[in-house]
Design a protein around this ligand. Sequence first.
Ligand code: ZN
Length: 293
Amino acid sequence: MIKNGRIVKSLAGFYYVEADGLVYQTRARGNFRKKGMKPVVGDFVSFSAEENSEGYVLEMESRKNQLIRPAIANIDQAVVVMSTVSPNFSLNLLDRFLAFLENKSIKPLIYISKLDLLDDLQEMTTFKENYKKIGYEIFFDTDSLVKALKGKVTVFMGQTGVGKTTLLNKIAPEMDLETGETSEKLGRGRHTTRHVEFFHVAEGLIADTPGFSSLDYEIDNLPDLNNAFPEIAQMSHGCKFRECTHTHEPECDVKVAVENQEILQSRYDNYLQLLSEINKTRETYAKKRKKQV
Ligand code: ZN
């Protein structure tokens, strides 16, 4: 019998496909490997479901987006966990996460942890207002965050020490995750194995993302970087030059908007930093190519 479903877990070469409320253990047929395709958690697939024997993944639908490490496809949104202190709140790191997610067409949700460690909330309140204007949702408490998970596929990301595991244990105790502290004590924890799994939480699906603490920055061209900052992308329609980098060009609406404080100086600075990183990478490649010739 052929069924359609979604891969909810991948472990040791097996793919666990959920269909009609049941989970089927399957393997991928060899022809996927020949084509250089590998099913991942989140893929919508058709598969053979036989009684008393394991099924086979037959076909995969095309993906709307994909993360490489961990391998997950078709993600609706990502919760970026940022702490107020230890590690200190960083707009630079946050903007990197946001640009990464925008580039992947994954909706970012920003969750702020360790608010109780602040004497004064003014700075965080201002931050919240500023980023809300750009269009981002910022959460200061878990109850409202949980509501935002309904009906969505959500992944969680954040730097080491921000309290991502503590947050996940609170909203999804069934995931039974070890916090950094315990896994350090035990050495290599069991979650270090390559094992990706979705959990049903708050009428949505969530996945933990072990090792998802730093980003392999993937934006490598100017149009993508421009689009990864929504307010800059919007303002850039008014720039004189279509390829405006918003640096040295005349009649640049983005620079005007920064001067008028319609675009945050910090956002513009972080955009410039990423731009210079892209240019540096390009120069390095160009030099390498020259040497080869
Ligand atoms: Zn411009």
